[in-house]
Design a protein around this ligand. Structure first.
Ligand code: ADP
Length: 627
């Protein structure tokens, strides 16, 4: 038997095109060929279980072999094999409508994945790295003859009698000069680890040595010898393929360690398992996150039937869950099409909302089952939940029942609980509920103290997402506003009808104001005389909530660069009811007035860490003199 022919495509030569357009990701040739070998192995298994194949199945492992001398890589399987006719049908007739269209469409394409899947070029990806590809195969069918196909990268191929004596297929790649990097053992091992680590059929790549007990020596001590054993590179039964009921916590933790050997244990995990309306399995882990937002993204691995595809899961996993770790396996995700198509794909959308829902359900369950444990984890989980709340309305709808607000005493409340808690004291005269928060309880200590003295509660908002979270919550909560404790003096944070009266006369007020203005002499510090509780500090320095938020947003790149370039504007709130201020008002000694005002102002700066450098040195000197 010998036959020559031309591969049926409409352009002279497909291979230069493949080589030219598939210049990235050359390494995926191995994924494609090993996947084919695995498919062939699973097919024979199925035929056997259906009774359509009566022979011995034997050991179905797939073998990848490297011969650096001959410069070949061989992928062998004991799968169902092919007859010469099947080679002609499956290999020669490349299933796409025409190379012209293909070239037109993907002229600008840089993504090998895109082409390979779309046009069923899996096998032909071999020509990215080989200038000659040979198939030696023997079909499982009764009386089948071994066949050999060889092709040198032109459209000419040759089919002759083969030499395989056992059922299955060898794909032999004669690696081309440009691809000699692939003739390296550790390089191949790396590629196999990346793509083939969880394939369902054992993959052998070379051998390793192991020590084995080997009887006893003359003195009766155990003896050992080293033996060569097959190096199996994959775990054929990763946990996501198993039923959750068959798995223990240890199994999930062990798998996590297998995926991320150097990570701390995760907080908890979610086993995904759905077969309608799309097929998806996986395990998602909530890692311990440092409060750094860009920390370890792209830690979710996407598989299709246990073949690794990518760790860029951007469109499949909701943005706010990108920090999760783990695996997702779905044959229903169109892996091989372009980004924009992926975003529009209805399965992808469904998967995205399924994952959102699953995560929300799991969190709700944890909250319900053991609130204390949930609160302990809140520091870590809170980041995701808040991010989810601001970015996905559907998630907010579920999360509003278990999301927690933490106050400066380390207590946690649900939104509803908190509302009830602060309602009696923190409702202003317009019936607006005022939520107070601090971003740094130490730095804003005097303000927190003032609020607490009034019986107000102060929330701690110190994660990177809190800026967004605060604005978002304000939109969601009815008749409510959120104010940072240092955005005004305590009586103005929550304005009530019973504000304390002024003790200063109008004349004194004007006088005190001008004393402070001439003492401070800073254009961005605006003096105002307030009537506060005499117990409060003589001077507070505050920054308007709105201005500060705008500046914060600008700093985070929120596009409000106009605000970003503005100086910090402060209000110097002078407590007109404080005895010290009364003293300034009643004395005629200009020097003393100014000295007192300066000291009171510096004390206010000091309490907020705003007093630095020469001003701080002066202050210390002056204080010593006063003593
Ligand atoms: P796909 O795998 O997407 O169908 P490929 O180009 O990779 O596309 O393979 C084309 C066909 O060639 C396969 O569908 C299969 O019928 C056959 N084939 C490829 N590799 C093998 C193999 N190792 N054993 C048996 N058949 C194979």
């Amino acid at each position: 038997m010998q036959e020559k022919g031309t591969i049926s495509i409409h352009t002279e030569n497909i291979f230069p095109i493949i080589k030219k357009f598939l210049y990235s990701d050359h390494e995926i040739f191995l994924r494609e060929l090993v996947s084919n070998a695995v498919d062939a192995s699973q097919k024979i298994k199925r035929l056997s279980s259906l009774g359509q194949y009566q022979g011995e199945l034997g050991d179905l492992r797939v073998e990848v072999a490297l011969d650096t001398e001959k410069k070949t890589i061989t992928i062998s399987d004991k799968g169902l094999g092919m007859t010469a006719d099947e080679i002609k049908k499956y290999i020669n007739q490349i299933a796409f409508s025409g190379a012209t269209e293909f070239v037109e469409k993907f002229k600008d394409s840089k993504d090998a994945n895109e082409l390979i899947g779309k046009f069923g070029l899996g096998f032909y990806s071999a020509f990215m790295v080989a200038d000659q590809v040979e198939i030696q195969t023997l079909s499982y069918q009764e009386g089948a003859e071994p066949a050999r196909w060889i092709c040198d990268g032109s459209t000419e191929f040759e089919i002759t009698e083969g030499n395989r004596t056992e059922r299955g297929t060898d794909i032999i790649l004669h690696v081309n000069a440009d691809s000699e990097e692939f003739l390296d053992k550790s390089k191949l091992q790396g590629i196999l680890d990346k793509y083939c680590r969880f394939l369902p059929v054992p993959i052998k790549f070379g051998t390793t040595t192991e020590t084995e007990p080997d009887g006893e020596d003359e003195e009766g001590k155990p003896k050992y010898t080293t033996v060569e054993v097959d190096n199996i590179i994959n775990n054929t039964n990763p946990i996501w393929t198993k039923a959750p009921a068959d798995l223990k916590d240890e199994d999930y933790l062990a798998f996590y360690k297998e995926l991320y050997p150097f990570s701390e244990d995760p907080l908890f995990w979610i086993h995904l398992n759905v077969d309608y309306p799309f097929n998806l399995t996986g395990v998602l882990y909530f890692p311990k996150v440092k409060n750094d937002f860009d920390f370890q993204r792209n830690k979710i691995k996407l598989f299709s039937r246990q073949v690794f595809i990518t760790d860029e899961v951007k469109d499949i996993v909701p943005e706010f869950l990108m920090l999760l770790h783990g695996v997702i396996d779905s044959p229903d995700i169109p892996l091989n099409v372009s980004r924009s198509f992926l975003q529009a794909d209805s399965n992808v959308k469904k998967i995205n909302s399924y994952i959102t829902k699953k995560v929300a359900d799991k969190l709700a369950e944890l909250f319900k089952k053991d609130r204390k444990a949930f609160e302990e984890k809140w520091q870590d989980i809170g980041l995701f939940v808040k991010y989810g709340i601001v970015s996905e309305d559907k998630f907010y709808e579920k999360a509003k029942d278990f999301a927690l607000l933490s106050n400066t005493n380390g207590e946690h409340f649900t939104f509803d609980e908190y509302k009830e808690k602060i309602k009696p004291l923190q409702t202003d005269k317009n019936d607006t509920l005022v939520y107070l928060y601090t971003v740094d309880a130490d730095k804003q200590h005097s303000f927190v103290q003032s609020a607490n003295n009034k019986g107000y509660d102060v929330l701690l908002m110190n994660t990177p997402i809190d800026n967004h979270f605060i604005s978002h919550m304000e939109q969601k909560l009815e008749k409510s506003s959120l104010k940072r404790v240092d955005s005004d003096v305590v009586d103005k944070l929550i304005v009530k009808d019973d504000a304390p009266a002024h003790v200063l006369s109008e004349e004194q007020t004007t006088k005190v104001k001008s004393v402070f203005e001439s003492t401070i002499q800073k254009p961005n510090f605006k003096v105002e005389i307030e009537s506060l509780n005499p117990e409060e500090l003589p001077v507070h320095i505050t920054m308007d909530e709105f201005m500060r938020r705008m500046k914060d947003m600008a700093q985070m790149g929120g596009g409000m660069s106009f605000y970003g370039s503005m100086p910090d504007n402060y209000k110097v709130a002078v407590n007109g009811n404080h005895p010290l201020i009364s003293r300034i008002a009643s004395t005629e000694n200009a020097e003393e007035q100014s000295k007192l005002a300066k000291q009171a102002f510096d004390l206010a700066l000091l309490s907020q860490g705003l007093l630095t450098g020469a001003e701080l040195t002066d202050f210390v000197k002056r204080s010593v003199e006063l003593i």
